[in-house]
Ligand binder design. Sequence first.
Ligand code: NDP
Ligand code: MG
Length: 391
Amino acid sequence: MAQLKRVAILGSTGSIGTQALEVIAAHPQLFEVEVLCAHSNSNLLITQAKQFRPNAVVVTDETKYAEVKEALGGLPIKVFAGHTSLADVVAWESVDVVVTAIVGFAGLHSTIAAVRAGKRIALANKETLVVAGDLVARLAMEHKAAIVPVDSEHSAIFQCLVGEKYNAVEKVILTASGGPFLGRKPNYLVNVKASHALQHPNWTMGAKITIDSATLMNKGLEMIEAKWLFGLQNEQIDVVIHPQSIIHSMVQFSDSSVKAQMGLPDMKLPIQYALAFPDRVKNEFKRLDFKEFSKLSFEQPDYKTFRNLALAKDAMYRGGNAPCVLNAANEVVVHAFLQNRVSFIEMSDVIETVATRVAFIEQPGLEDHEQSDKEARIRAAELVKKSQLSH
Ligand code: NDP
Ligand code: MG
């Protein structure tokens, strides 16, 4: 029988975090919660801690510490606050696997700390690889930290590559559902609001990634994520729209053969796979019935309308700190869009302008990334203030 894995879940109160806990609860003989970490949702964090009885909880929003500490008083659970504590805790000997499910740049330091400690990483926090993929990939090699993707496309590619170690990959093809505005043109998008963009046709996810899916920025971020996860050249990464989200992605090999991984859209599967790899664990998830899907279709993405995809691709080709700047500007505009302070179309305008205003650094280190991230956020916030909607 497989050995019990002790899991740290960073971002336990989010969409991926709560689904990771469902997977763990369904397989108590395989997984145990060692650490839970959340930011501001102290109520849910407390409930989770009472249920899963981890060794430690970390609340990164330090103003919530007293409340969490008091609620868990009397239980044998250590309580810590802040990102520095989190970086310490993920490196504990007692942690086997770290699920990185914090959203955005905020997940960078804890992911790097877990990589430096040589932990198995079940990586959901794609922004980490977008910002500092080069650095994280190098550290992972150096510290023998296996990064197993949770993102469904990358999990698909990873699964297609199992057993192909010595075979050359020609390209990977990331599938994209196209989001709620597939087929729409700028004259329609000009008026869409967050409430509409938040209605994803196939997946239920956190707010940030749902907006990224509507703008196709998510697929752009995933191109960059794939580059670093699988050590690819830019030209080897392709995107195709596949509205049914049944094929999660594909790999084309040097003999022209294409492998695809398929399944119903349910994030619990890639989460379980990342936790259990190299094993496949029997579960009760709904099975894919091909007879229910009379048509699987594919089309070219509309780069002209969904400019964020083109901007992300451009940042990938530019390299250096360009993806970090793109990511920071995107985080700012998505936040503003959710608060109706910037329009759907303006999000791309801001990202494009910020890319030209932050100095290019060809080989950035971690401090350069921090600096570029800060600067890009300031520039993006200035531009957001100029939006009609901000007045
Ligand atoms: P959610 O918004 O649902 O959850 C985000 C989590 O991060 C919450 O636990 C939140 O804590 C925590 N968090 C937010 N801000 C901070 C911060 N400043 N410091 C520390 N923790 C913070 O996001 P998702 O679960 O949707 O996404 C998480 C990551 O996984 C993202 O990088 C996303 O791109 C990726 N991903 C998600 C998929 C999905 O299906 N949801 C699919 C593929 C990838 P709290 O709520 O307590 O404030
Ligand atoms: Mg994805």
